[in-house]
Ligand binder design. Structure first.
Ligand SMILES: Nc1ncnc2c1ncn2[C@@H]1O[C@H](COP(=O)(O)OP(=O)(O)O)[C@@H](O)[C@H]1O
Ligand SMILES: CSC[C@H]1O[C@H](OP(=O)(O)O)[C@H](O)[C@@H]1O
Length: 388
């Protein structure tokens, strides 16, 4: 018999009371606030405190019951959050309770902060977001890598984060479908000539295939797996990373690539005069990631070759090159694939919107194909400013 049942606002309230998080007598309000593609999120509020209950559905919410999806993802998310909380406690929500059968995680209510994508669209700049996100990425990746854990411990941990169904979504929606006339694609008719040109670009397809192979086969570290600006809560002083249900052992460059791709897509939606803070974030996140990864490398490293001249520098350059390619893929898929970004979709004027999307597509393709040319974030920003 399945122990799973989908929560309602009423049963979510009963559950938090049964668990002793609130007194039986307390009057609570409960609202389902999930705006993501996959899950339910209940916001439960009492007089003095509040809590978030996130529940996975046995299917992808954005499509419906015709797209069944494992409930295991809630357990992956819960365990990833707890691990990320060990490496980067300042940047991770507190977890109060989880139940694998019900596919729920109860966590700290972060609604005193704002989802960064929403804030960036409304003109916020979040001066510390890149510093914090760079530290989060470096600490969580380095801490779960061979270098920190040693190969045996790392493999044991890696075995517990096999996430085939969610990886399959990324392999399809990010790495494959946008390059073919797939049913999942979703784009405006005005973009069709650009999209058809992209489908015929065999050099682009070759590079997409190479990056896909990297995603399929690399097991560098436990990734967040979906680190876009909608997975980050922020304010002027705080940053918290949520929603790691796509977590799995993958290539070092993936998370930072998704963060920078989403910064660049927000830049496309702004006037040039308001883009400077986003460019600065792209440079800062790389500077901070590099410095923090290097600090951790020198402080705690189980690898015999760690101090071999040139090894760390080679690794960081390799991460940069792969990340430049992954960044380009994220820009392409968010423009013509199944899951769009509001930054581009909410541009009201049709001609401006189509032009921003064209640029996102062509810059994305450029970063995929020419990734080996780039060795610094300043160069990425310069290329972005120059346009194609
Ligand atoms: N800890 C939290 N505190 C406050 N709101 C949250 C929290 N977690 C999620 N939310 C809200 O729910 C929305 C969807 O959450 P998310 O984890 O991204 O779900 P999904 O997995 O469906 O993408 C977020 O955009 C945010 O508005
Ligand atoms: C059918 S899932 C599509 C898309 O949604 C996920 O994002 P989120 O859960 O943050 O809404 C992920 O990016 C998937 O690729």
């Amino acid at each position: 018999m399945s122990l799973y049942e989908a929560l309602t606002t009423e049963s979510a309230v009963s559950l938090v009371k049964k668990l002793g998080l609130f007194a039986e007598s307390e009057t609570l309000s409960c609202q389902e606030i999930g705006d993501g593609n996959l899950n339910y999120v209940f916001h439960i509020k009492g007089t003095e405190k509040s809590v978030i209950v996130k529940q996975a559905l046995p299917y992808a919410k954005v499509v419906g019951e015709s797209w069944p999806l494992t409930l295991e993802r809630a357990d992956i998310e819960n365990r990833a959050l707890r691990l990320q909380g060990q490496f980067a406690p300042d940047y991770t929500p507190k977890i109060y309770y989880s139940d694998k059968n019900l596919a729920i995680t109860m966590m700290e209510d972060l609604s005193y902060l704002e989802i960064a994508r929403t804030g960036l669209i409304n003109g916020e700049d979040y001066p510390l977001i890149a510093q914090h996100t760079g530290e989060f990425i470096a600490r969580t990746l380095y801490g779960t890598s061979d270098f920190a854990l040693g190969p045996q411990e790392k493999k044991k941990l890696q075995n517990t984060f096999c996430n085939p169904e969610l990886c399959d979504i990324t392999e399809g929606l990010v790495f494959t479908d946008p390059f073919f006339d797939a049913d999942t694609n979703d784009f405006e008719e005005g973009l069709r000539p650009d999209v058809e040109k992209l489908w015929q670009d065999s050099n682009l397809k070759l590079h997409a295939a190479q990056l896909k192979r990297l995603f399929l086969t690399s097991g560098d570290a436990l990734l967040h797996g979906d680190l876009h600006t909608g997975s980050i809560f922020a304010s002027g002083t705080e940053t918290k990373v949520i929603d790691p249900e796509f977590a799995f052992y993958g290539p070092f460059g993936f998370d930072i690539a998704h963060f920078t791709a989403n910064l660049f897509m927000n830049a496309f939606s702004r006037e040039e005069s308001r883009r400077a803070p986003l460019y600065a974030h792209v440079v800062t996140v790389w500077d901070v990631f590099t410095a923090e990864f290097t600090r951790l490398w020198n402080e705690n490293n189980t690898e015999a070759f760690a101090q071999t001249d040139g090894y760390l520098e080679w690794l960081l350059a390799d991460i940069f090159e792969q990340a430049t390619g992954f960044m380009g893929l994220e820009m392409i898929r968010r423009t013509i694939g199944l899951a769009h970004v509001k930054d581009l979709d909410s541009i009201e004027d049709e001609a401006t919107r189509l032009e921003a999307k064209r640029q996102s597509l062509s810059m994305g393709a450029h970063f995929v194909k020419e990734r080996a040319r780039y060795t610094s974030a300043d160069q990425l920003v310069a290329a972005f400013k120059e346009g194609l």
